[in-house]
Design a protein around this ligand. Structure first.
Ligand SMILES: Nc1nc2c(ncn2[C@@H]2O[C@H](COP(=O)(O)OP(=O)(O)O)[C@@H](O)[C@H]2O)c(=O)[nH]1
Ligand SMILES: [Mg+2]
Length: 382
């Protein structure tokens, strides 16, 4: 699963990338405008995995992973005719979800292209750019569909499919022309699948990070955190900095990018001291990583044993046989049944054998819808 970090130049993308990935990519006070992508894979923190590790004392513990891509180069083309260049758009399109970093920190040493700090304006500037680029993709596809329909030679089924797609895309076109984001539309799973190859950016789940500074009031931070409540529906909580941004599949958090980056690069002891000194309860990053995982519609099930305790990533709604396939295709092919116990029940019981004797270990078939936190053992004939 790939998450692309985008934002205007000097918003703090690389700073937040470093914080998320404990990395050391260059942060600079100038916008080079060069297209450059930093990539790093990150473990999704999960206290349940820590607890299971205590219980089973396995040789190995493996967390779920997401990949973050820090995409630079958004300096070019913003607000210009022709918009962003194709390479840059390709880089953004390859991601399953977007982290949009918005500058909210004051720092006279870091210039701002517009000469002032205004998160609401910046958020809109980049969104407008994304809307225009999606509009371009949609319009080109509409032209091609019309050409295909005009040519003849297609079967009635093909024609029917073209017509359906055309109607869908014309609806998208209207939405985008009205300044709307595609992720606000109600789309079914089948429609989304058909649209995947178009890689429309405003359709992607998005986490907005307000990059605040050391001097921001605690109030602004608290507000933004309230606004980050989970759920696919548009959130309606009030936001700081006069921002109005209520969209589906969208979350907003505020964090202090520079401090989080420094924290991420410290040893654990130093980080503890730092947190106490600045009276910060806990670093924000683990929460942000979990948020971006959930935002993608992902969840984890676990396999446990003496050898390893491991989190596996599946989409919300995946069946037991799909869960088996996440481990190995043979497990899915030869699927007989799954032995399942919920995380809570396993912890309550105190161990696998106890879970069996308490009767909380269930046998489930192929169609069982896996739940977040299920501990599964797949029985397979292969
Ligand atoms: N004071 C302050 N400076 C920051 C913060 N985040 C980033 N910066 C600085 O802003 C400049 C640009 O940051 P960078 O992460 O390279 O931005 P990018 O162009 O979006 O990748 C660097 O000098 C950073 O040190 C922050 O939260 N507070
Ligand atoms: Mg950068």
């Amino acid at each position: 699963m790939q998450i692309g970090i985008i934002g205007l130049p000097l918003a703090g993308k690389t700073t937040i990338f470093n914080a998320l990935t404990r990395g050391n990519a260059d942060v600079a006070n100038f916008a080079s405008g060069k297209l450059q992508v930093h990539t790093a894979s990150v473990q999704v923190p999960d206290p349940r995995i820590n607890r299971l590790t205590q219980m089973f004392k396995p040789r190995k513990t493996i967390y779920a992973q997401v990949v973050y891509n820090d995409i630079a180069g958004l300096a070019r083309g913003i607000g210009e005719k022709g918009g962003m260049d194709g390479n840059l758009l390709n880089q953004i399109a390859q991601n399953d979800a977007i982290v949009h970093v918005v500058r909210a920190f004051q720092d006279d040493n870091v210039p701002h292209l517009e000469g002032s700090i205004n998160p609401a304006r910046d958020l809109e500037t980049l969104d407008t750019e994304l809307i225009l680029s999606d509009l371009g993709v949609v319009e080109r596809r509409i032209e091609r569909l019309k050409t295909s329909l005009g040519k003849g030679g297609s079967t009635p089924q093909e024609k029917d499919a073209f017509q359906k797609e055309l109607a869908q895309l014309e609806h998208f076109q209207k939405t985008l022309e009205g300044g709307g984001l595609l992720r606000d539309l109600e789309l079914g799973a089948a429609e989304l699948k058909a649209l995947r190859s178009l890689a429309l950016t405003t359709l992607k789940p998005t986490l907005v990070i307000l990059n605040t500074d050391e001097h921001s009031t605690g109030e602004a931070l608290a507000d933004a955190n309230v606004a980050s409540g989970a759920g696919a529906s548009a959130n309606t909580s009030p936001l700081p900095f006069g921002i109005s941004y209520h969209h589906k599949q969208t979350q907003i958090v505020a964090l202090q990018g520079k401090i989080e980056m420094e924290l991420a690069q410290m040893s654990d002891e130093d980080a503890q001291m730092f947190l106490q000194e600045f009276e910060i309860a806990e670093p924000s990053l683990p929460r942000v990583i979990r948020l971006s995982y959930q935002l993608l519609g992902l969840q984890s099930f676990f396999t446990v044993g003496e050898d390893e305790v491991r989190a596996w990533t599946i989409p919300v709604g995946a069946t037991a046989v799909e869960a088996a396939g996440a481990i190995h295709t043979d497990l899915a092919k030869g699927f007989v049944r799954a032995e399942v116990v919920s995380y809570e029940n396993l912890i309550k019981a105190g161990g696998m054998n106890e879970a069996k004797t308490h009767g909380v270990l269930r046998l489930e078939g192929k169609e069982y819808i896996a739940q977040d936190g299920d501990i599964m053992h797949i029985r397979s004939s292969l």
